[in-house]
Design a protein around this ligand. Structure first.
Ligand SMILES: [Zn+2]
Length: 172
């Protein structure tokens, strides 16, 4: 997997079933497939930029207790993401009934960890965007030297209120 500039892996090895895994970076959610024959060779199957994700949440089915992740994209599309435990949850030799419960609990925890990690990244991106917007706003606001009104766009050549030429630095 090639990382972009300033990109780093936040979580890796999300089990997606046979030879597939989920990777979370600070920029993307990446579905990877092992296409190696003798050695493991991860190839990107699908990439979702975090910027395209509106929300992510955990869903547990009331009847079966089984959980999954729901991902809502900004364009309004939703999809379900189910991680699988493989055999890692087989920890004890208790009754089948108990094991089912244990399995659903572990699966829920696994999904929860991923939902939390993705949410943290989305929140960080949101925060960054807000900071940038505030910065842009304050940078653009200037006062017209003639009428004193606030000018909110940097690209105004003339003051929209009194028509004073703004661009020339000699006039300020
Ligand atoms: Zn003015």
């Amino acid at each position: 997997m090639k990382l972009k500039r300033d990109e780093k892996v936040i979580m890796d090895n999300g089990p997606l079933g046979l030879k597939k895994k989920l990777t979370l970076t600070n920029k993307r959610l990446i579905f990877q497939k092992d296409e190696g024959i003798f050695n493991v060779k991860w190839n990107q199957e699908k990439v979702i930029p975090l910027n395209n994700i509106e929300d992510v949440y955990l869903e547990t089915k009331a009847f079966t207790g089984m959980s999954s992740m729901k991902v809502k994209l900004k364009k309004g599309k939703r999809f379900e993401l189910s991680l699988s435990l493989g055999d890692s949850w087989l920890l004890n030799d208790s009754s089948e009934d108990k094991m089912e419960k244990e399995k659903s609990t572990q699966l829920k925890m696994l999904h929860y960890r991923w939902v939390k990690a993705i949410t943290n990244q989305l929140m960080r991106l949101d925060e960054e965007k807000k900071t940038l917007e505030t910065k842009e706003k304050t940078e653009y606001i200037q006062e017209c030297p003639k009428c004193g009104k606030k000018i909110t766009k940097e690209n105004y050549k003339y003051c929209p209120f009194c028509g004073r030429l703004l661009k020339s630095k000699y006039l300020f």
